[in-house]
Design a protein around this ligand. Structure first.
Ligand SMILES: [Zn+2]
Length: 435
């Protein structure tokens, strides 16, 4: 388990504008979270990194962005209507509702009474809604509980448009919704969340090679997030715990503050999904190899990533407590490429127009280069450094009187977050040094 306490991360995330409880001003809405100015930047950096690594930089991947609302036949064919359920129990005394597999059902965790739970009933976790003005069974739809089906239902479209060689993958990022009985542990298990999923289509005889390749790619992803290798664990899921169609599943677990829990999953799904679609839609899902060999329905390797879990892992790995000059310091050691703010620029005094003008010039230059640059002209310099540390800004550039004249003219102080060291750098070299 990580030494970091979950409440420290939750508190910093709220205080500094990363993540707020959803609908906070109205007392909240259980299982929802809102991203503040720094949180949305961190989230986008993570999602963009994923898209770059797995789609843009890859030769065998294509992207899609399917609608959240889908024809109800999608969820009938996939099995979600019948089996996407959790066991629900209700206390006959206080009416509290719980997931039967998450509590000791001999005693109610809310009121403490014993023997108040009956047999669990299966509770479907999809959010149900109706499409259009008529509220009947033909208009039923659902907020998608996973993004994967948006990929499978577009498999034939993509093959018809692009005719890629097998193996190839289709990637998608987007929102998914699950009506969790008891959302918990900050953003780890929420009712609305974001997924990044890939369906990788292979020849049935070649799945093992592709699976091994994806194990490697997943580790590269964890490295790119700055997660220490010793905190990432592969769990070979035993047959008894796997979905019935899966021949192999590896869960990648991470040492979160709540314990060792799933960060992402890698599953071999055979031809389960495409065959379901073929049977339910009557459309042929076979792939015809360009060399004229026998057509086949591709099998699928599915790496499935949760954005919130990636964010929580990144924050856990980055959260650091140390001591500087005898004072405790709390800071985020975020990798530079994920940090919401790349550089902060501070004029040493805000009532000296010459100094402020020079600092503005440097700010504009850095902003053009790095985008996410913060202007900070309040408080004393020591306090500013602490604030920048807390939100994970890798470098703070201070423009002082020495910038304006003497031997140090046109140099600035660059202060490094992780070491707190300061160095004098020529303005002309700044962009190169901070890149
Ligand atoms: Zn009770």
């Amino acid at each position: 388990m990580s030494d970091t306490k979950l409440e420290d991360i939750v508190s910093l995330a709220k205080r500094r504008g990363f993540i707020y409880p959803g609908s906070d001003v109205y007392g909240g809405l259980s299982g929802t979270w809102d991203y503040g100015p720094l949180g949305v930047a961190l989230k986008r950096n993570i999602m963009q990194l994923w898209w770059q690594m797995f789609v843009e930089d890859a030769d065998d991947m294509l992207g899609v962005d399917a609608a959240i609302l889908m024809n109800q036949k999608v969820w009938q064919a996939s099995g979600h209507v019948d089996t996407f359920t959790d066991p629900l129990v209700e206390c006959s005394n206080c009416k509290g509702r719980f997931r039967a597999d998450k509590i000791d059902t001999s005693k109610c965790p809310t009121c403490g009474k014993e023997g108040t739970f009956g047999e669990p009933r299966q509770f479907n976790m999809m959010f149900k809604t109706n499409i259009g003005p008529v509220d009947d069974e033909n208009s039923v739809s659902y907020l998608r509980p996973e993004t994967a089906q948006g990929i499978f239902t577009n498999y034939k479209n993509v093959v018809d448009s692009f005719y890629p060689d097998v193996p190839f993958g289709i990637a998608q990022q987007g929102k998914a919704f699950r009506n969790e009985i008891s959302p918990r542990d900050f953003i780890f298990r929420s009712r609305e969340f974001e997924q990044m999923e890939i369906e990788y289509f292979v020849h049935p005889d070649a799945w093992e090679t592709s699976f091994e390749l994806w194990v490697k790619r997943v580790h590269e992803w964890c490295d790119a997030l700055g997660l220490p290798a010793e905190s990432v664990h592969e769990l070979e899921v035993p047959e008894s715990d796997r979905a019935h169609y899966s021949k192999r599943t590896v869960d990648f677990e991470f040492d979160f503050p709540i314990g060792r829990e799933e960060l992402l999953g890698l599953a071999y799904r055979t031809d389960f999904d495409l065959m379901n679609i073929q049977n339910a839609s009557g459309k042929n899902m076979e792939y015809r190899p360009k060399d004229g060999s026998a057509p086949f329905v591709p099998h699928v390797i599915e790496p499935s990533f949760g954005v919130e879990r990636a964010i929580m892992a990144v924050l856990t790995a980055a959260y650091t407590m140390d001591e500087v000059n005898g004072e405790k310091r709390e800071f985020l050691k975020l990798p530079n490429h994920l940090a919401p703010i790349k550089v902060a620029v501070c004029p040493l005094a805000k009532n000296k127009p010459e100094l402020v003008a020079k600092a503005r010039e440097i700010y504009a230059m850095l902003k053009k280069e790095f985008g996410a640059v913060l202007w900070v002209d309040s408080g004393n310099i020591g306090k500013n450094y602490r604030k920048m540390d807390e939100i994970g800004v890798p470098y703070t550039v201070t423009v002082d009187f020495e910038t304006l004249e003497g031997e140090t003219k046109d140099t600035v102080t660059v202060r490094h977050r992780d070491t707190t060291e300061q160095e004098r750098i020529a303005i002309t070299e700044l962009v190169e040094k901070l890149a």
